[in-house]
Design a protein around this ligand. Structure first.
Ligand code: SF4
Ligand code: SF4
Length: 368
């Protein structure tokens, strides 16, 4: 296992983190808790969860599993500023999580799911969530205040620059990293902890092994390549894996044991592979981002990639767009595809020469 310090907290955390959102719900809490014990024995010491995960059973499963661990481990939890919008509610949420997790303190507590700067302001306002978390920290109920973000890199930088958090949790994987890289590398260079979620693109990568074969080296599977990409990336402190089975834990730990860190050259090679192997796919280079009406073109084009790479049909794309407006890449910008005035600037700027206008028109029909 690779261990490194989470930001400047002094905590040595494992490169593979346990994500508590994919437990097998046909099993009992006790059976699922065995998985945490197994992971700990394999060297995993970072356990991430939140209220609501696994039909709201995750924190209770953690409570059973963590109370059996002997030795040092780190546990997280989270609350959203949109729900926990006062200092009092924030304190109440922390106490409830402590009770369910059966621990005296939560090591890393997240202001959860910051999707745009309004959410950040909401968390930070006087009498808001952050104020409550500071009180919890003073009382020793939580140790480090961190945030989880679905924002573009420049907004992640803005939040970090305010200096109120010690680390960030964000979605990054081998397919979407060009969108997230700015935020990840900025956080790393400035000595913040960086936790990556969604390394297998929500299960998309294991489901499309054949199509993604071009990402692999030396007979590894696309799933292994994707895990290797995240786990061995020095800029990422912890990669969360939503484990359901012992075999998945074995694979992630083996990759952490075997892999060498990716160099900048390796990362550029993968970036190039994403481009050259799929000419009609958006590579997230961002050269088209200065749209005169403000359409978040790279984000829309990434969703179109779902059709290109994974053959997503109209219904699937409709759901992807709906989700994205609420939680994903499109949440931080309200300008819709329909605002396009067909000036053609983006197509002139596009490194992949993509028919962006046509793709936006297509997506617009599915954009409810
Ligand atoms: S063609 Fe449409 S999307 Fe492209 S830059 Fe012009 S207004 Fe923006
Ligand atoms: S310029 Fe083209 S390839 Fe690059 S982000 Fe924009 S649409 Fe994607």
């Amino acid at each position: 296992m690779i261990y490194s310090e989470y930001g400047q907290t002094g905590k040595k955390v494992s490169a593979v983190g346990f994500g508590g959102m994919r437990f097998d719900e046909s099993k009992s809490n006790e059976e699922n808790a065995e998985l945490l014990i197994y992971a700990y024995e394999k060297g995993i010491n970072y356990f991430d969860t939140a209220p609501g995960y696994s039909s709201d059973r995750s924190e209770d499963i953690y409570g059973i599993g963590l109370s059996k661990l002997k030795g040092t481990f780190y546990v997280t939890s989270k609350a959203m500023p949109t729900k926990v919008d006062t200092s009092e509610k924030a304190i109440e949420a922390v106490k409830k999580s402590l009770e369910r997790l059966k621990v005296d303190k939560i090591n890393f507590y997240h202001v959860w799911c910051i999707r745009n700067m309004d959410h950040y302001s909401l968390a930070m306002r006087p009498g808001g969530q952050y104020e409550g978390l500071l009180k919890c920290k003073e009382e020793g109920l939580i140790e480090h205040i961190v945030f989880s973000s679905h924002q573009p890199g420049d907004q992640v930088k803005q939040v970090l620059d305010d200096g109120m958090f010690e680390g960030v949790l964000l979605g990054m994987n081998i397919l979407n990293f060009p969108y997230r890289w700015d935020g990840v590398s900025y956080a790393y260079k400035n000595k913040y902890g960086v936790v990556a979620m969604n390394p297998l693109s929500g299960g998309m990568i294991p489901q499309h092994e054949e199509q993604l074969g071009y990402l692999t080296e030396n007979n590894e599977s696309a799933t292994e390549a994707a895990l290797r990409f995240n786990i061995s990336c020095p800029e990422i402190t912890v990669t969360l894996n939503g484990f359901t089975t012992r075999e998945q834990i074995d694979m992630a730990c083996r990759i952490a044991d075997e892999s060498k860190p990716f160099t900048e050259e390796d990362i550029n090679k993968i970036r190039a592979k994403l481009g050259t192997n799929m000419n009609s796919v958006c590579t997230a280079c961002g050269y088209c981002k200065d749209c005169p009406v403000g359409i978040p073109i790279p984000s829309y084009m990434q969703h179109y990639n779902e059709k290109q790479i994974f053959s997503a049909d109209d219904d699937a794309l409709k759901n992807i767009l709906k989700f994205s407006h609420e939680w994903g890449l499109l949440a931080s910008n309200s300008v819709r595809a329909k605002a396009c005035i067909e000036c053609g600037k983006c197509e002139r700027d596009c490194t992949q020469h993509l028919p962006i206008i046509e793709r936006l028109k297509y997506l617009n029909k599915l954009d409810s």
